[in-house]
Design a protein around this ligand. Structure first.
Ligand code: AMP
Length: 399
């Protein structure tokens, strides 16, 4: 619900175009279909308490209630949460007015990052190079760029290091980790240009070797789950940990209360059919914590094809032609697409398609993905050719 042009192409997949805010219609449909497990994907319905509502109606739900979703929908709350639990994160100030922001920015001797407190579709973070840019960012947020989401801002110490994503499936008490992932946020090759929602990803992320993952578990994941428990938050869903590996160790950049994109489409094909049983166990609070989560010995990589102009202005409505795709262990996921009245696939967003492949090493994975991209055509298609450069041995030698 509501599905997209991609789910419409899947056999046996019914696309249910109802408004999930219409509670009566939603319950009627779920009951009629005898739905056994509801997985709530995006952050807005989670922040609006959809999981709480459905649980009250006795549905099994994978996704946190409103209290747990606050880890994502209020950055200042999440920062205070981390501070209380001694979870390593960048130093910060919660700021209520532009005046206050000006004082902090002027007197600060360290570079600062500016964040809108609330949900902003991944666009609420500014990484200024100068104090002037920093002030402008704060001003634009307080002037209503993100509506109510910008009533409060967070000013944060700018920290440095490679980023990595870790996902924990939680049942309220116990948790299991999914394979790690790394995404490329910048628009252009060599990780330059503006930030985007993600231009590609790969999984697992070799940067988190066993030893550093142990440290992440001890210093970040377990304290997060313990703090949730202390606050009586019964978190049944996935916690996404966006981490930066700094010189002084791993630090939390942000929490999400859902699977991230493009990491989700990169990781999911590594899962086997037991995955859905794990989601169900989380929804029921019956994880043992010893479940095997990663049966695949393959690695996975994803390249995003975008519309020309993204992440700024772009045109949509161009026909998409998909030629002969290598089917084995390759998938195409739709994001910004739609179907015309006569069933033609059209571009309908900035990030249009994800091309995902799995194989025994990252060189083969990305060779396959880029071969497949030769078969995908639409006006203004843009993608980076260097996704996964850190883990492609042949790519590093050639460049
Ligand atoms: P977020 O939406 O909080 O994940 O932020 C988006 C991106 O901004 C992150 O993936 C980082 O690349 C960057 N970022 C966020 N916070 C900081 C920070 N304190 N220092 C440096 N970069 C940051």
């Amino acid at each position: 619900m509501p599905g997209n042009a991609g789910t419409e192409r899947i056999n046996k997949c019914e696309r249910i175009k109802i408004d999930i805010n219409n509670k009566n219609e939603l319950i009627e449909k779920l009951t009629f279909l005898k739905i056994n497990l509801v997985v709530i994907g995006p952050e807005i319905p989670l922040a609006n308490g959809l999981a709480d509502f459905l649980r009250k109606k006795e549905f099994k739900v994978f996704g946190p209630g409103k209290d747990g979703a606050k880890l994502e929908y209020s950055k200042s709350w999440a920062k205070a949460f981390m501070q209380n639990a001694n979870i390593p994160t960048a130093n910060f100030w919660r700021v209520n007015s532009l005046e206050e922001a000006k004082q902090i920015i002027h007197s600060s001797s360290i570079p600062l990052v500016v964040k809108a407190d609330g949900l902003a579709s991944g666009k609420g973070v500014f990484i200024p190079d100068t104090k002037n840019e920093c002030l402008k960012a704060a001003e634009s947020i307080f002037n209503g760029k993100f509506g109510k989401s910008g009533n409060v801002i967070v000013l944060e110490e700018k920290i440095q290091g490679p980023e990595v994503s870790v996902f924990a499936l939680c049942d309220g008490k116990k948790y299991i980790l999914l394979p790690t992932a790394q995404d490329h946020k910048r628009l252009n090759e060599k990780d330059k240009g503006p930030n985007t929602g993600g231009m590609g990803a790969y999984s697992p992320a070799p940067i988190l070797k066993e030893e550093s993952l142990d440290r992440v578990i001890k210093e970040i994941i377990e304290p997060t789950i313990n703090e949730l428990n202390k606050k009586n938050i019964d978190y049944k869903g996935v916690i996404y940990f966006g981490l930066m590996i700094t010189e002084s160790g791993p630090k939390v950049i942000e929490y999400n209360c859902r699977f991230g994109d493009p990491e989700c489409q990169t990781i999911m094909p590594l899962m086997d059919q037991n995955f859905v049983l794990l989601l169900e166990k989380c929804s029921m609070g019956t994880l043992t914590g010893d479940e095997k989560i990663d049966p695949s010995d393959k690695v996975s990589g994803c390249v995003i094809a975008t519309s020309k102009g993204y992440p700024q202005e772009y045109e949509t409505g161009f026909p998409i032609k998909i030629g002969n795709i290598k089917q084995k262990n390759c998938q195409i996921f739709d994001s910004g697409t739609s179907l015309s009245n006569n069933g033609e696939l059209l571009t309908d967003g900035g990030r249009v398609l994800s091309i995902v492949c799995q194989d025994k090493d990252f060189d083969i994975v990305f060779e396959k993905a880029y071969e497949n991209l030769k078969e995908i055509h639409f006006d203004g298609i843009y993608f980076r050719n260097d996704i996964g450069h850190q883990v492609r041995k042949r790519f590093s030698k050639e460049n």
